[in-house]
Design a binder for this molecule. Structure first.
Ligand code: RB5
Length: 146
């Protein structure tokens, strides 16, 4: 699967730097990663990098996106402005699972200042390994969002 990854400066904070660890983890799992930046620690605006990841998905160059900011909240708000993007800020394994089963989330948003690297990798794995349930009620609700 092609996966786009982006952060803001809070998501880029280290050590450890989460983005390179997440990219390495995804590549070890056989995915191809598009690094949408940033490539340094300077302050940036999370809507800009959410936009890069979402446009990469909507252009068909990636199927999924991973976004990191301080909390995951700003990134999810920004990403959900894009029609066709269903971005879920997740902080627990159940949230990551249900974001797929019920919401067919194609973007996961994580909090660098909230979660450990190990927690981020666990949530990403659950989110990648869980299929959308496809139940009629869930599909109907997803379809209503466009
Ligand atoms: C940046 O300081 C911080 O506000 C941002 O990363 C994010 O947590 C917003 O939701």
């Amino acid at each position: 699967m092609q996966i786009a990854v982006g952060t803001d400066h809070a998501g880029y904070e280290g050590p450890p730097l989460f983005k390179p660890e997440i990219i390495r983890h995804l590549e070890e799992r056989g995915h191809r990663v598009i690094d949408c930046g940033p490539h340094g620690p300077e302050p940036v605006d999370y809507p800009d990098f959410a936009g890069r990841v979402c446009r990469t998905i909507l252009d068909g160059d990636a199927e999924r996106g991973v976004l990191l900011c301080g909390t995951g909240i700003g990134m999810s708000i920004a990403a959900n402005r894009f029609s066709g993007i269903r971005a879920a800020a997740c902080a627990t394994p159940d949230m990551a699972r249900l974001a797929r089963e019920h919401n067919d989330a194609n973007v996961i948003c994580l909090g660098r200042r909230i979660l450990t690297l190990a927690q981020c990798l666990e949530l990403i794995d659950i989110w990648l390994d869980t299929e959308f349930s496809g139940a009629e009620r869930h599909q109907r609700r997803v379809t209503k969002m466009g």
